[in-house]
Each structure stands twice: as structure tokens, then as C-alpha cells.
Ligand binder design. Structure first.
Ligand SMILES: [Zn+2]
Length: 437
């Protein structure tokens, strides 16, 4: 890990993404940012640092994808136009049942390639084959909060009983691992797929090792109606009554929620993982994110898996978040651009258990650089507005994770891109052929 001095045309700095530095520089030593400011100020501290000139670039705090199922890259585009139950029963689950741990490893590597190229330094995952994902993440040298799925009938362990045995042993073992980049949580799929007895055991294990619980909540109207029918209460009330909200809960979606549930969310350690594009594509609805934020409920943004999105890019997801909330609130002023970037970067780091103040002194050195050499970047009347509303993932040229470049001048430094792409294409072809697709 070398010490680095990066010169940029603009830097979005500050713990609230609210400071714009023009003609700036970032000084990095080891895994930390040690100084940020105007280039002429920061230059005074230069001594033996690698000098990187990015004079036609903007630096932003690295993005974080706060909800995904990484090996689903293998399922990209296999089913775009079916209703949820057909999508699951005829495409997603039959495909997944034929995935081996090696397939999941390559699928996760493809996911890491895409995350890196999209300027994303870390992600929050829920999937089976957690150890294959961990292996891919470690090779990529990015961050992850890996939450092994607890779910019936997985290709990895089979029945729910065997899956829980495997996941509880794995999580217990991994919770003792002290890794600065990879952390573990537990991923019960949803209240409607995991029976109460298991949910209670999951809660106890999470409490014992202080692990976050990553669970799908209130994604569809149908799921909420069925919970009221089966349990006499909505999913968030149900898990609250089981004691889940005493722990750190990462609730994916939270699209259909009631004011009673908002109170629970507000009073507990629950973070909403908002996935607007997946919710639109699966016609689940629009989560009332602006209302959550008004009430002090924590929100971060993710993409969901590639089977339902179909990309992992966060800049596109943030633009969608902003536009949907403007529409929903019928108020274009409802979310400031600074808040939108915060939900997709610094808040995401917190969700992974990493304290960060973005591009500021003493923060972990996770930085994304975007090229300003595209026509859509000009003029730079409001650089942050351009980041949120006119840039795209393909503008990303560099990514630093924990002080190390993993992507430099659009070159991968940790992964063999075309070898991974070739391998993944063959895996998908093999599985789809056996499904008769
Ligand atoms: Zn999901």
C-alpha cells in the first residue's frame, strides 16, 4: 500500500457531501485520508507520495451498493417480463438450483468487476454460497457485508434445517474473523419464507455475536396482506414482536408500510435498504423514502440482484431514487442532492459497519473518480447535480478501496476481466441449456 497524492478538478468533500473543493487534492497514507483541500494547501505535505493527476475528474466518496445478491450476475436478462411468482418459479429458482459453489464464485467475481467499474467500494449481500462470495471479494480487494441466506431448499445445503445448521456454524466462525474489508451478518430471506422457530434462533445468534440481520421486508402488497392473514399483523410488526428490532436490522425494500410500522422503524435500529429500480421493474411499488427520512428513519440505497435490476450501478440508482421521491412527494425540493449522494455512499459504509466521513481527514480512503471528458458533464454549473443527474457508471475511471487502487485509468488491478466474463458466459449457457431455454 503506497502513500498517494491525487489532484482533481473537483472534490465532493465533507461528512454530509456538502463541500465542493475546486482544484483540489487528496492526501492518502496507508488506508486513511489524511488531508483534503485546495491543491496548493495540500502540496505542502508532499513527501514521497505517488502523485496522481486527475485534472479532468471529480472525486466523490466511493459508492456503496447496500442490497444485492451478487452471484445473480449469472442470471442477467433471463427473464424481464414475467410476474413475480412466474419469474421465481419458472426462471430464478430452477436456475439457482443448478448453481455449484464454483459457479457462484465466478458469478460473484463478475459482480465484483461490475461494482468496481461502477465506482462501488463495497456491498451488502444476501445469498447462499457465502464462502464463494467471500473468496471473490478477497481477490477483488473490495468491501462486503456478507449475510448468508437462510432459506428452504438452497442448492448449497438443501432443506431449511440443513441450511440453518450450515449458516449458524459459518456465521459463528466468521464472527471471530477480524477482517477490515469483509464482515458477516445473517440473512433470513423474509418473514414469509422463514418459520418463526428459525427466526427466533436467528435473533438469538445475532444478539450473541452482535451481527446485523439482513432481511427482505414489506416488498409487495400481497406479502403484507398475507402476513396480516397468517400472523394477524404486518411483517415489520411481526418481526418486532419476535424481538428482531432489538438487533441491527437491514430491511430490504420496505415499500408497503403503515404509520404504525414507521413508529417501530423509528424507535429501533432498522435501516431501510431502498432498491427503486428493482421495485419498479417487478412492479412492487415506490417506497416512501422521503417520509422515512423526515422521521429520522435510516435509509440507504442498493440495486437488488441482477436477476431483477439488471445492473449493479449506483449512480443510476441514485438518480432514480431522487426522481421517484420528487414524484411521490409531488415536490421537486424533497431530497437535496447532497442527501441523495449520502444515501449511496457514506451511509452505506455505516451500514457495512465502517465509520466514514466521506472524503475528509481520518476517513477510510475509499474514493471514486469520474471523468469529466463526456459532453454530458458540461458545463459544470453545479458539479454535484451533474454527478447525480447526468453522469453514469461508465464515467468511472478509478476506484480506491481502503487506500489501494483496485481500478486505475479504467484498468482492473485485482481481477482478470475477460477470463471471468468468458467463464461466466459458459456457466450461464450450460444452465440455461439444461433448463431448455
Ligand atoms: Zn433482494
Amino acid at each position: 500500500m503506497s502513500d498517494t497524492f491525487i489532484k482533481c478538478k473537483y472534490i465532493i468533500s465533507g461528512s454530509k457531501c456538502d463541500k465542493l473543493i475546486r482544484e483540489g487534492a487528496i492526501l492518502i497514507e496507508g488506508d486513511k485520508i489524511i488531508a483534503v483541500g485546495r491543491e496548493k494547501e495540500i502540496k505542502k505535505f508532499l513527501s514521497g507520495h505517488d502523485k496522481i493527476d486527475r485534472l479532468n475528474h471529480i472525486a466523490i466518496p466511493a459508492l456503496v451498493n447496500s442490497h444485492t445478491h451478487l452471484p445473480e450476475t449469472l442470471l442477467r436478462g433471463i427473464c424481464d417480463n414475467q410476474k413475480l411468482m412466474v419469474w421465481l418459479n419458472k426462471y430464478i429458482w430452477p436456475f439457482e438450483m443448478q448453481m455449484s459453489s464454483e459457479d457462484a464464485y465466478y458469478g460473484a467475481l463478475l459482480g465484483c468487476l461490475e461494482l468496481i467499474e461502477s465506482g462501488i467500494s463495497g456491498f451488502v449481500d444476501q445469498y447462499f454460497y457465502a464462502e464463494s462470495i467471500e473468496k471473490a471479494v478477497k481477490e477483488s480487494k473490495i468491501r462486503a457485508l456478507i449475510c448468508p441466506s437462510v432459506f428452504d431448499n438452497t442448492p448449497e445445503s438443501g432443506s431449511l434445517e440443513k441450511t440453518w445448521k450450515h449458516v449458524s456454524n459459518l456465521v459463528e466462525r466468521k464472527s471471530k474473523q477480524n477482517d477490515s474489508l469483509v464482515k458477516y451478518g445473517i440473512g433470513p430471506h423474509a418473514p414469509y419464507t422463514v418459520p418463526k422457530d428459525y427466526l427466533l434462533e436467528i435473533k438469538d445468534l445475532a444478539a450473541k455475536y452482535s451481527l446485523p440481520i439482513h432481511i427482505h421486508l414489506n416488498e409487495t402488497k400481497r406479502e403484507v396482506d398475507e402476513a396480516i392473514q397468517n400472523f394477524g399483523k404486518s411483517p415489520i410488526e411481526y418481526i418486532h414482536d419476535l424481538g428482531f428490532t432489538e438487533e441491527k436490522i437491514l430491511g430490504a425494500h420496505c415499500v408497503h408500510t403503515s404509520p404504525k410500522e414507521w413508529q417501530i422503524m423509528k424507535d429501533s435500529n432498522l435501516t431501510v435498504l431502498h432498491n427503486p429500480q428493482s421495485n419498479l421493474k417487478m412492479t412492487s411499488g415506490i417506497a416512501p423514502v422521503y417520509k422515512y427520512l423526515e422521521q429520522g428513519i435510516a435509509v440507504v440505497v442498493g440495486t437488488d440482484g441482477n436477476a431483477s435490476n439488471n445492473d449493479l450501478g449506483m449512480l443510476e440508482e441514485l438518480a432514480t431514487t431522487a426522481m421517484l421521491q420528487k414524484y411521490l412527494a409531488n415536490d421537486p425540493g424533497v431530497l437535496d442532492n447532497e442527501v441523495v449522494l449520502l444515501l449511496g455512499s457514506i451511509q452505506g459504509m455505516k451500514t457495512m459497519g465502517v465509520e466514514s466521513k466521506g472524503i475528509s481527514d481520518n476517513s477510510p480512503a475509499d474514493v471514486t473518480l469520474l471523468s469529466l471528458q463526456r459532453s454530458h458533464s458540461w458545463p459544470q454549473n453545479e458539479p454535484l447535480s451533474n454527478v447525480i443527474f447526468s453522469s453514469s457508471s461508465s464515467d468511472v475511471t478509478d476506484l480506491l478501496v481502503n487506500g489501494e487502487f483496485v481500478y486505475e485509468n479504467r484498468e482492473h488491478l485485482t481481477l482478470d476481466k475477460w477470463k471471468i466474463i468468458e467463464k461466466c458466459s459458459k456457466i450461464s449457457e450450460r444452465i440455461l441449456t439444461s433448463m431448455g431455454k
